[in-house]
Design a protein around this ligand. Structure first.
Ligand code: UDP
Length: 409
């Protein structure tokens, strides 16, 4: 006996939305990939998300055993900041759907604090254990960078769910520690389950051919991937390039769209202009997720300058492609990047230190290659199949079932 069906709640982040723009990022990728990997192993997953602008199908099957169900809650184009008020409506739609279809869930897994509220209520109604992945936490976000403002309900809901959930998933020891310290979560309820990467999509490719495909020449390329928003600290990428004194010019490529109009993008563009680097930076815009391996492979170094990353999916994707990473030593990044082996971690947001690390890599083909190989090897242990196996066991233990055995399916 094992858990046969689970409900995923991802209230505001539809797994069908293209990541790298608006509010769509790592969480959308995580929900979709984890569900797909559990589905491949034979678990049935219903992903419940809010009906939003552009939805054509109320229910959509997205792979073996996985479907996405859109439920009404507020106006389709409602702003994220106004969604808290619509949680009860979403819950009631979800319960009606479940009852109408006669569905029994062995586990409820919610994602982000808004969904956690729904998940907690659903788990009670369905008599199933509640597993929650917060993805980011209000307290940490506000501490990471001055100017981050979160709705006042957020930290309160997070604390309540930490107290009542059956299992809390943390991506890194840092996040677990913050849950215990800032929210008084019981340490024995917090499980460390990392994020994963699709190793068949994100893999090393021939750099010359991908560069030719992207119309790039032999310049050294520093890549940034992710939404463009203040918490990602993109100014540090520009300041890093400004500090580099290598003979060859580097080119910065920024992949991802601005999360709020063009505000942050304009700020970074202005900075590049002031540093006389405007000809060396290219804002590529949002790129389809399946096309990203081309960019990671074309790059010499992937720079992750974030003020905070609860996991650091971009660093893992880059490593899976065999491209070394230079990143800030924050949040989950130290659990992914092995300092000195798969890239470098920098404790301070100091452009000189970043520039120094980037230059070490790009000035030595041997180092770049050996770091790239070590990076891929490290990523190989973090495929979605492994992560889904661990998650299945988490559900099974909570329901008193035996852990999942791949031979069963
Ligand atoms: N991404 C993408 N296209 C883009 C930019 C980003 O598919 O143009 C993906 C990227 O591959 C990664 C996710 O969006 O999987 C961003 O992950 P991160 O953890 O940085 O997310 P965030 O903090 O933005 O939620």
């Amino acid at each position: 006996m094992t858990v046969e069906r689970a409900a995923f709640i991802t209230f505001h982040a539809c797994p069908l939305a293209a990541p790298g723009q608006g509010k769509s990022g790592g969480m959308n990728v995580y929900v979709r990939q984890l569900a797909a990997a559990l589905g491949e192993k034979g678990m049935r997953i219903d992903i419940f998300t809010r009906e939003h602008a552009g939805v054509s199908n109320h229910i959509e099957t997205i792979g073996p055993n996985v479907r996405v169900v859109h439920l009404k809650a507020g106006a389709p184009d409602a702003h994220l900041g106004d969604l808290y008020a619509h949680l009860p409506e979403f819950l009631s739609e979800l319960n009606s759907f479940r009852e109408a279809e006669g569905l029994e869930y062995g586990a409820v897994h919610s994602h982000y604090w808004l969904s956690a509220w729904v998940g907690q209520e659903l788990a009670k109604a369905a008599g199933a254990p509640h597993v929650v992945t917060f993805h980011t936490l209000g307290h940490i976000k506000m501490q990471s960078r001055a100017g981050e403002i979160e709705p006042e309900e957020r930290t309160q809901v997070e604390a309540e769910v930490m107290a009542s959930a059956d299992r809390i998933v943390a991506f890194s020891p840092h996040e677990k520690d913050a849950m215990v310290r800032l929210y008084q979560a019981a340490p024995e309820k917090v499980s460390l389950v990392p994020c994963g990467v699709d190793l068949s999509v994100f893999r090393p490719l021939d750099q010359k051919s991908v560069r030719a495909r992207l119309g790039l020449n032999g310049e050294k390329i520093l890549l940034y991937v992710g939404r463009v928003e203040p918490l990602k600290g993109l100014d540090l990428l520009v300041e890093t390039a400004a500090q580099m004194d290598s003979e060859e010019k580097v080119r910065m490529m920024v992949v991802g769209a601005d999360a709020n109009g063009d505000k942050e993008m304009d700020r970074v563009k202005q900075l590049a202009k002031e540093r006389d680097l405007d000809k060396q930076i290219e804002f590529v815009g949002q790129v389809d997720h399946s096309e990203l391996p081309l960019y990671y492979n074309a790059a010499d170094v992937c720079v992750v300058p974030s003020y905070y990353e609860s996991f650091g999916l971009v660093a893992l994707e880059s490593m899976a492609c065999g491209t070394p990473v230079v990143a800030t030593r924050v949040g989950g990044l130290p659990t992914i990047v092995h300092h000195g082996r798969t890239g470098y971690l920098k404790s301070w947001r100091c452009p000189e230190a970043f520039a120094n690390s980037v230059e070490m890599i790009i000035s030595s083909d041997g180092l770049q290659q050996s770091m790239g190989e070590a990076a891929r090897r490290r990523a190989e242990g973090m495929g979605w199949d492994n992560v889904a196996g661990i998650m299945w066991d988490e559900y099974a233990v909570l329901t008193g079932n035996t852990p999942h055995d791949d031979n069963e399916t």
